[in-house]
Design a protein around this ligand. Structure first.
Ligand code: ADP
Ligand code: MG
Length: 728
């Protein structure tokens, strides 16, 4: 029987480093060359059309028909000049991936020739038959139509000779079926509420928007080894595999020299990303062997989210050219670090201010503290919802596994700001510190400059302030970041709206504006104290302490996502026009079904691998040992035989023990699955998978991994961790 593991290993041994085809120009010459960005628009559009698009981007003003035709024709001219033959609406359905259906520009003419055509109507709207996308029961099968509509705030781009137009995706009846629609709506809510608050401090603020700089972690694995692991192929993770004698213990991979095969891949990735205008900036080895991270310079959040989706696609695509597979799963290997996607998030104004930058003047400082207190209060009040926003089967394995923040949401703000907050909390009134404190006339304690240099870090916190932004570190590596981001934006929009109401109430009592703001900030600091945690979030003490504080600790997806259905959440999203109850319920159901299906697939893969790959191998080896023992018995006198064969007979027994355990557990798991599959109610079904099927995974794995250590290496069918994790 051919052993695919060895064939695969042979392949990896003579892999040449794929040569990178550097463009002859410098990066700045080709950066954004494949994106219909503002510079390109300036070049291709009339002054009038350009102004209209800019006001659509910056002020959300609708573009009229006539101009749309002009834009489409300019886009077509640009795309054809870049060799595009097709166009597509590019959107983010609730599968978590991106979707596209290509149409050719070509249009036949009666004379037998053809012309390239792209009209305004093709740019603005399409009607893909969307019946196979998840809708959570929103669309009935008799009404399978969905609409995609152009999002002018994110630049169109060309990939594989196809002009891709970022769009939203909604049902015939108007419900959103994607991640972009609620994100855009949350940004409107955020802008409406935040700018009002900003105007307390600066009347000139006309718009507030969110910024995002994501950090994407991933693993690389040789594609031949990948192909020899059915679990990686079907689930994106290894369901079996004994730990390698050496993996990340020595921390020698983190920030190490990048392996030349990996570096060639990364360079290629960067070239393609830069052409598309994705501003990739950093690349480095992560903690686990073969784990890497890349991060761009931050951008306006909608563009950043699109760029992250695009980057995940590029990772997969470029990896093929280098004989790699990219593993984006949150936990592809047991026992070593998994992958996350850190979301660095902040708020900015059209006056060029980062609202999370501690100010240098007393006034800026006051504004900074006000925003900070609001974020603390918002996260405090909606911590469970924020946890729900990052829930997935993969992330369940990561959160709380001593490598990633726990399933408990808390906020780290650092020693200096904590001190400031504590001081404010104890101040009876704004004036009580006297006029000579360093905060100046506003009497807010000043934040020392030291903070600005980013030294105060807590890498165990799920939501950490890092000098001029928050880093939401608990997001999973596969996530469409729009989801945690629209939830966060909406929470902060709501909070800032409440702030304005609270301040106005104080003003109505006759207080001066600054005193009113101060009083509300102080109240928020008090009320949100429980969410602040500066210690080690990975520790078991924190888990106990968090429970005492009443913070939620929802470890699994089915538990966590229940928060979406709480009245408080339904009201929140409805009030801000982000998602209505039907949409929210649909998303909940899709997530739940996705969870169930993922566990189901893993369970099937495990059963198949255990029964059809592992057990036959173990029995084959055991038979060899039995034959050998028989032979020994023939040639040795019985006393020597008893003495010398003891260990060997023990191994035979051990193998039998594992084999029989595996058989039993697999049979029980299959039965549990059969029972779970009969359940029609999706909540109960997910519970059954979580409580009755999932627990077998660890049991079965335990025995398979033990067998891996007992059985002859030569016949073991699956590439081992030491082979998967280290590039040759
Ligand atoms: P670290 O690994 O130390 O957290 P990185 O350099 O990997 O830092 O990532 C920091 C990310 O934060 C980058 O994408 C950076 O552009 C982003 N960032 C910096 N300032 C802001 C901001 N105001 N808003 C959003 N993201 C920001
Ligand atoms: Mg970071």
């Amino acid at each position: 029987m051919a052993n695919f593991r060895f064939t695969a290993l042979e392949h990896t041994l003579d892999r040449p480093v794929v040569k990178v085809n550097y463009p002859s120009a410098k990066v700045s010459d080709y950066f954004g060359s494949m994106a219909f960005n503002q510079a390109t628009m300036r070049e291709y559009l009339t002054d009038e059309a350009y102004k209209v698009v800019m006001s659509a981007i910056h002020k959300g003003i609708r573009i009229d028909r006539k101009i749309i035709d002009q834009i489409a024709s300019a886009m077509k001219a640009w795309a054809l000049s870049k060799g595009a033959t097709h166009y597509t609406h590019w959107f983010h359905p609730l599968t978590g991936a991106t979707a596209e259906k290509h149409d050719a520009f070509i249009m036949p003419e009666p004379n037998g020739r053809a012309i390239e055509e792209f009209q305004g109507s093709a740019l603005t709207q399409q009607e893909p038959d969307a019946s196979s996308f998840p809708s959570g029961g929103i669309r009935n099968t008799f009404e399978a139509r969905g609409y995609t509509a152009w999002d002018p705030t994110s630049p169109a781009f060309i990939m594989d000779n196809t002009l891709c137009i970022p769009t939203i995706f909604v049902s015939y009846t108007g419900e959103s079926l994607d991640y972009k629609t609620p994100l855009l709506k949350s940004l409107t809510a955020l802008d409406n509420n935040a700018k009002e608050v900003c105007r307390y401090f600066d009347k000139k603020v006309g718009k507030v928007f969110a910024t995002l700089g994501w950090e994407q972690e991933y693993f690389l694995v040789d594609d031949a080894l990948f192909a020899a692991r059915p679990d990686l192929v079907l689930t994106g993770k290894t369901v079996f595999g004994h730990s390698s004698a050496k993996d990340q213990q020595l921390s020698d991979h983190y920030f190490g020299t990048i392996h030349e095969r990996a570096l060639a891949f990364i360079k290629d990735l960067e070239i393609e990303a830069h052409k598309l205008g994705i501003p990739l900036k950093t690349r480095h080895n992560e903690v686990a062997p073969s784990q890497f991270e890349c991060a761009p310079v931050y951008e306006e959040i909608n563009v950043a989210v699109d760029h992250n989706q695009l980057l995940m696609h590029l990772l997969d695509k470029i990896a093929r050219h280098h004989h790699f597979k990219v593993l984006l799963h949150e936990k592809p290997y047991a026992g070593i670090n998994g992958s996350g996607k850190h979301n660095n998030w902040s708020l900015a104004t059209d006056t060029g201010i980062n609202l999370l930058s501690p100010g240098r003047t007393a006034k800026d400082n006051f504004r900074f503290i006000a925003i900070m207190a609001n974020i603390l209060k918002g996260v405090h009040d909606y911590e469970e919802l924020l946890r729900a926003s990052i829930a997935s089967e993969g992330n369940d394995l990561r959160l709380g596994a001593n490598e990633a923040p726990p399933a408990i949401i808390s906020v780290f703000i650092g020693e200096q700001i904590s001190k400031t907050m504590d001081t404010i909390e104890k101040m009876p009134s704004r004036k009580s510190l006297g006029n000579n404190n360093s905060g100046g006339s506003l009497d807010i304690p000043k934040i020392p400059e030291i903070l600005l240099d980013n030294t105060d870090r807590n890498r165990t916190s799920p939501f950490a302030f890092t000098g001029n932004k928050f880093e939401f570190r608990a997001v999973g590596s596969t996530a469409n970041t729009a989801k945690p981001m629209f939830v966060l934006n909406t929470i902060i929009a709501e909070q800032l709206g409440k702030f304005k109401i609270d301040v106005e109430k104080e003003i109505a009592k006759g207080l001066k504006k600054e005193d009113a703001i101060f009083n509300v900030i102080r109240k928020y600091i008090k009320e949100s104290k429980n969410i602040r945690f500066e210690g080690n979030s990975y520790s078991s003490e924190w888990e106990k302490e968090a429970a005492r504080r009443g913070l939620s600790n929802n470890r699994t997806t089915p538990d966590a996502i229940k928060a979406f259905l709480q009245k408080k959440s339904i009201d929140l999203f409805a009030k801000h026009g982000v998602l209505n109850q039907v949409e929210l319920k649909a998303r909940y159901e899709i997530k739940l079904e996705n969870y169930t299906k993922k566990i189901q697939i893993q369970s099937r893969v495990m059963g198949d691998l255990a029964v059809n790959h592992i057990l036959p191998t173990a029995i084959q080896y055991q038979n060899r040992l039995i034959d050998n023992a028989r032979g020994l018995k023939e040639v040795l006198d019985s006393k020597t035989f008893v003495k010398l064969s003891r260990n060997q007979l023990n191994t035979i027994k051990e193998i039998s023990d594992h084999v029989s355990n595996i058989k039993e557990y697999v049979a029980e798991m299959v039965e549990a699955r059969r029972l779970a599959n009969k359940i029609m109610d999706i909540e109960k079904k997910a519970e059954a998978y979580k409580n009755n099927v999932l627990p077998f995974f660890e049991q079965i794995r335990h025995h398979v991994d033990k067998l891996e250590l007992l059985v002859d290496d030569e016949i073991w069918p699956l590439p081992k961790y030491r082979e998967l994790l280290f590039l040759k």
